[in-house]
Write a protein that binds this ligand. Structure first.
Ligand code: AOS
Ligand code: ZN
Ligand code: ZN
Ligand code: ZN
Length: 427
């Protein structure tokens, strides 16, 4: 399956007039607010979000899994899928791999394939939350935090091996998410488990290339339900500070207890130079891993508001953080879902760029909360979709990615190529 430039051109022609009309209306509206639409189109077009290799198939739950059909059966097919997304939206130019689910057999060939699709490799993820077939020690009771040194050593070795794969592919970061924790009171010595984790992470940190970062993910519960060794941003931040400049915190939006003020966490981490990256998704209850912006688009916008507030400009912001999605799909076509996630993230980004910063500063100085809400709402309520469409069109991508995806019958073709019951590796 290939999306060609003539597919794109044909499609873009069919929506051209409608699109131009909406774009002109938006440009006019923004002009009155002294905002140059072309500037924003450029920023939007430069924004890239990495696709997680594990979100390209159907996820399922512990109650069952329903095959999607045409799921990628290998790393190569996963790269091809992300290539399809990027061809459609020009904003998914990176892939985040999970080792051992995505072990590249021939790194040079894998890199070449990614190049062909204009993709780069974002952070590589290690996996010490499952036991692999050939593994000597079990992670049932933890990995980097384990009471037994030999288990910790094995987990450290694995992380160092992941760095090696990442290095060969041109990746610049390692993401560590630990399932370590306990299910029952008394089961674990909290202090010892954290100290062990710190020491293990130190050994991994020492193996990091100079231009790499290690991103430490936190999560309040699941799979452990009484305690997690790295339950919150404070613990991740503590570890990142102890490790050094190359260690940072990764914020997965689904890894907070209900109603946590995530945007405030983001602001503080950013201020301290410790915000390393995101796993974007949305949730109603827990780590639901639903489409970004599907439930709380305002929260996403407020996060981007803090991001822009705390950096020196859109370009610095884009370069200093790892932008990744972490999602799982039970009922949607994963590729459609990912297109929707990327679009929602871009919408939040562009809307946050629309915020009248000077005005916001003034109303804050005057302690005018109603005025502050007006400023935020002016930006948030603006329909920026024509602007994102324009960014895609200018980069020879599809005006309406999902519409074209459906019109071309991509999923049907993938099923023909790969089968109706192909299973993607990953969660
Ligand atoms: C798990 O809840 C985390 O979000 C991790 O990022 C994990 O590595 C990823 O979801 C793949 O399972
Ligand atoms: Zn995550
Ligand atoms: Zn998660
Ligand atoms: Zn999640």
């Amino acid at each position: 399956m290939n999306i060609t430039s003539s597919h794109i051109e044909e499609h873009n022609k069919t929506v051209k007039d409608d699109h131009q009309e909406s774009l002109d209306a938006l440009a006019h509206q923004l002009n009155k607010r002294n905002i140059d639409i072309n500037e924003l189109v450029e920023q939007a077009g430069a924004f890239q979000v990495a696709i997680p290799s594990w979100a390209l198939g159907a996820g399922g739950t512990r109650f069952g899994r329903f095959a999607m059909g045409g799921e990628p059966r290998s790393l190569e097919e996963k790269i091809e899928d992300v290539g399809l997304l990027h061809a459609l939206n020009h904003s998914s130019g990176a892939i985040s791999l999970h080792i051992p689910w995505d072990i590249p057999e021939d790194t040079a060939a894998v890199k070449e394939l990614a190049d062909k699709h204009n993709l780069v490799f974002d952070a590589v993820n290690s996996n010490t939350f499952q036991d692999q077939e050939d593994q000597e020690h079990s992670y049932k009771y933890g990995s980097l935090s384990h009471t037994k040194e030999e288990v910790r050593e094995q987990a450290i070795e694995h992380n160092i091996e992941v760095i090696k794969y990442g290095k060969a592919l041109g990746s610049k970061a390692l993401t560590v998410w630990l399932a370590d924790g306990s299910n029952f009171p008394g089961q674990q010595n909290f202090g010892k488990a954290l100290r062990n984790t710190e020491e293990s992470l130190h050994k991994i940190y020492d193996a990091l290339p100079d231009d790499w970062q290690v991103l430490i993910e936190y999560k309040p519960y699941e799979p452990n339900f009484y305690s997690m060794v790295i339950p919150d941003w404070g613990t991740s931040f503590l570890l990142a500070n102890k490790l050094g400049d190359q260690a940072k915190t990764l914020v997965d939006l689904g890894h907070h207890l209900p109603n946590t003020n995530i945007e405030q966490i983001v602001a503080i981490l950013l201020m301290e130079g410790k915000l390393g990256g995101f796993h974007f998704n949305d949730s109603k209850y827990g780590d639901d891993d639903l489409t970004a912006g599907s439930l709380k688009p305002y929260q996403l916008f407020l996060i981007f508001n803090e991001l822009i507030e705390g950096t020196d400009g859109p370009e610095e912001l884009r370069n200093q953080i790892a932008w990744m999605i972490d999602a799982s799909h039970n009922v949607k076509d994963p590729l459609e879902d990912l297109l929707q996630s990327v679009e929602a993230i871009q919408q939040a980004y562009v809307k946050a760029l629309l915020i009248d910063r000077d005005k916001l500063k003034d109303v804050r100085e005057e302690n005018d909360p109603a005025g502050a809400q007006e400023v935020l709402q002016d930006a948030f309520q603006t329909d920026v979709r024509p602007l994102l469409t324009e960014a895609r069109v200018r980069h020879q991508a599809a005006a309406d990615p999902i519409q074209l995806y459906r019109a071309l019958g991509v999923r049907k073709q993938l099923i023909e190529e790969r089968g109706a019951d192909s299973v993607a590796t990953g969660l």
